[in-house]
Design a binder for this molecule. Structure first.
Ligand code: HSE
Length: 430
């Protein structure tokens, strides 16, 4: 047996406590796998007296997480504080500058600062590990970076936010509206009181930035991602999707095209027969398309104390065994700036829903707008004729360029007979 790996834990929230519970509960199996003990020696959090699910009195306490990083009885520092500024980056930087590996679950920080921190780690001859930052208990960072290292990756498509997937699933199952389901999710603890990070797509975009960096050897490029959340998804669109053989999922997509790398995170209609369409509730899933292995799929819990703690511990096992890999698969100095495909050049099929007056000539006017932009309609539904009420028209287009569709929708939205802004969802055949 080698000397124990001595671990300092900064941040004792859900993930910090979940990680310590695994390290303590699975102590023997971890020692056998690593041929050395993994021991927590020091901890740090804002409040020492806060009740926690695991006892903390056996560890050295630091009020200051940066002091924990400098503790001579700490070999590796876990940053489980969160946040892009303040203590989280300070403790990671202190660890790396001291030549100690840092393990973090901090997707937001890495999406903004990942390339810089990877350079800092490599310059100091140490490691930066972040399996827990993407999709909780799914070992997708290692799968993509190490397990598929022999491949050229052509695409990554994922359901990367459990809160959004839960809300969309519940909307479909109950027919209820977004706001109503969000409120219930908040009451049940599945959604934060301030839900924007999840429902506006930012959390999933952070994860997509990291997956794209590994897949394509690019710097994490959060600002280059086209992001739309799920607030605009209406129950009526979920019902039409079902009727047409689709489900609505919030997907993160990073895909190599002739026009550059598509980086987009938005609600999609996916055929109901596809595997991703069947991933429901709080579960996450990532599909990787690569040249040698083909398509591989990873499904699991994307959040929670034990699943996320599992990912943190996997990084600790790598460090204890002496396994090293550049954080994003290639040396940080070689990460390329991303060459991103413009959304206006995206080519795909679209779902459209229009709310229109029900009288002669309306459809002809709409068809003219689509015709003038070269948008071809594959199928159409119109129902619910009532004397003076606007009616919905639902269309599925053939593949078209997004810029052409946007111009057509702009004209359609200005027709006197069109009563609401047109609704559009991209169809993704995954
Ligand atoms: N809030 C995230 C989710 C988990 O709902 O999936 C942490 O990124």
């Amino acid at each position: 047996m080698s000397a124990p790996l001595r671990i300092g834990v900064a941040g004792l929230g859900t993930v910090g406590c979940g990680t310590i519970a695994i390290l303590e509960g699975n102590r023997e199996v971890l020692a056998a796998r690593c041929r050395r003990a993994l021991v927590v020696t020091a901890v740090s959090a804002r409040s020492r007296s806060k009740p926690r699910p695991v006892p903390m009195d056996r560890y050295r306490w630091h009020d200051d997480p940066v002091a924990l990083a400098h503790d001579p009885e700490v070999d590796v520092v876990l940053e489980l504080i969160g946040g892009e500024t303040g203590a989280a980056p300070a403790v990671i930087e202190a660890a790396l500058q001291a030549g100690k590996p840092a393990v973090t679950a901090n997707k937001a920080l890495l999406a903004y600062e990942g390339a810089r921190l990877a350079r800092l780690a490599e310059g100091a001859g140490t490691d930066l590990a972040y399996e827990a930052a993407v999709a909780g208990g799914i070992p997708i960072v290692k799968a993509l970076r190490d397990g598929l290292a022999g491949n050229r990756t052509t695409g990554v498509v994922g359901i990367l936010n459990g809160t959004c997937n839960y809300i969309l699933t519940t909307m479909r199952e109950t027919g209820r509206a977004f706001e109503d389901v969000l409120k219930e999710a908040q009451e049940l603890g599945y959604a934060e009181a301030e839900p924007s990070l999840d429902v506006d797509g930012h959390d999933a975009a952070h994860k997509l930035a990291l997956l794209a960096a590994i897949a394509f050897g690019i710097e994490p490029a959060l600002d280059a991602i086209h992001v739309e959340g799920i607030r605009q998804v209406q129950a009526v669109d979920i019902a039409y999707a079902e009727e047409l053989g689709f489900r609505i999922k919030l997907l993160g997509i990073a895909r190599a095209t002739e026009r550059g790398i598509e980086l987009r995170l938005h609600p999609c209609m996916v055929p109901v027969a596809t595997t991703l369409a069947g991933i429901d509730g709080v579960f996450n899933a990532v599909r990787v398309e690569s040249d040698a292995a083909g398509s591989t799929l990873y499904v699991g819990r994307g959040a929670g104390a034990a699943p996320t703690g599992s990912a943190v511990v996997a990084d600790l096992v790598d460090l204890a065994r002496g396994f090293r890999a550049p954080p994003f698969g290639v040396p940080a100095a070689e990460l390329a700036p991303p060459s991103v495909a413009s959304m206006s050049e995206h080519i795909g099929a679209y779902y459209l829903r229009l709310t229109v007056d029900d009288r002669p000539g309306v459809l002809a006017d709409i068809a003219a707008c689509l015709r003038d932009e070269g948008v071809s309609v594959e199928s159409m539904i119109q129902r619910h004729r009532a004397t003076d009420q606007p009616v919905p028209i639902v269309m599925i287009t053939h593949e078209t360029r997004e810029a052409s569709l946007s111009r057509a929708l702009d004209r359609i939205g200005h027709l006197d007979t069109v009563r609401e802004p047109p609704r559009m969802l991209r169809i993704e055949t995954v």
